[in-house]
Design a protein around this ligand. Structure first.
Ligand code: GRF
Length: 205
């Protein structure tokens, strides 16, 4: 029983999943320069590159088909998106429905999409955070597994707030994946219940 992690960049969430000792079968990146790829290789984890700039993948469905082929070779129980910057086709999302997880740097449903920290600051929210959710076809809107909240300080800028949220991400993503692999997550009516767990949120300073 294993997971495959998809990354595009730094890969700090990938690293948190690896450091938590989760069974990671492979890390797949959509660009060769993703720093996370190097770290995964150094850890002896299998890596794959499906380069989104490859002309063979000019059509998005072709990219997704190649990605699915690479994932399925490892027959993972779950696929964890960790800073993966491609929008996935509905067909791809459907293929992995119920076993495709994502971490998003906001308290969804607030601030879906990009530049969440800047938008949170501009909105003047006093509490911000992150969300692990199942992926559905609509952007950043699938059933929520766990959230962590962090305070927004008056002195924060985008970077200080992002750093505080990122620490919380590293706490909750391994937890969510562990729950999933243990078969403890049940999706009903668009919401997630965790068997035996009263609390699906965390506060981080
Ligand atoms: C994280 O903030 C994650 O929530 C978002 O993209 C960022 C990826 O960071 N989806 P990293 O590559 O895991 O360090």
């Amino acid at each position: 029983m294993s997971i495959v992690i998809l990354i595009s960049g730094r890969g700090s969430n990938m690293r948190a999943l690896l450091e938590a000792g989760l069974p990671v079968a492979a890390v797949i990146a959509d660009r060769a320069e993703a720093p996370g790829l190097r770290y995964a290789r150094e850890q002896g984890v299998a890596t794959e590159l499906i380069d989104y700039r490859d002309s063979a993948y000019a059509v998005r469905s072709a990219f997704d088909a190649a990605l699915a082929g690479a994932i399925d070779r490892y027959a993972p129980k779950a696929v964890a998106l960790a800073g993966f910057m491609r929008l996935l086709t509905p067909g791809f999302v459907e293929r992995y429905a119920g076993c495709l997880l994502n971490i998003h740097p906001s308290l969804l449903p607030a601030f879906p999409g990009l530049r969440t920290h800047a938008r949170a600051l501009a909105a003047g929210v006093k509490v911000h955070g992150c969300t692990v959710h199942f992926v559905t076809a609509a952007l950043d809107s699938g059933p929520i597994v766990i959230q962590a909240a962090v305070p927004v300080h008056a002195s924060d800028d985008e970077h200080s707030l992002a750093a505080r949220v990122l620490q919380a991400e590293h706490r909750i993503y391994p937890l969510a994946v562990r729950w999933f692999l243990a078969g403890r997550l049940e999706i009903a009516d668009g919401t997630v219940k965790v068997a035996g767990e009263a609390q699906q949120w965390a506060f981080a300073a």
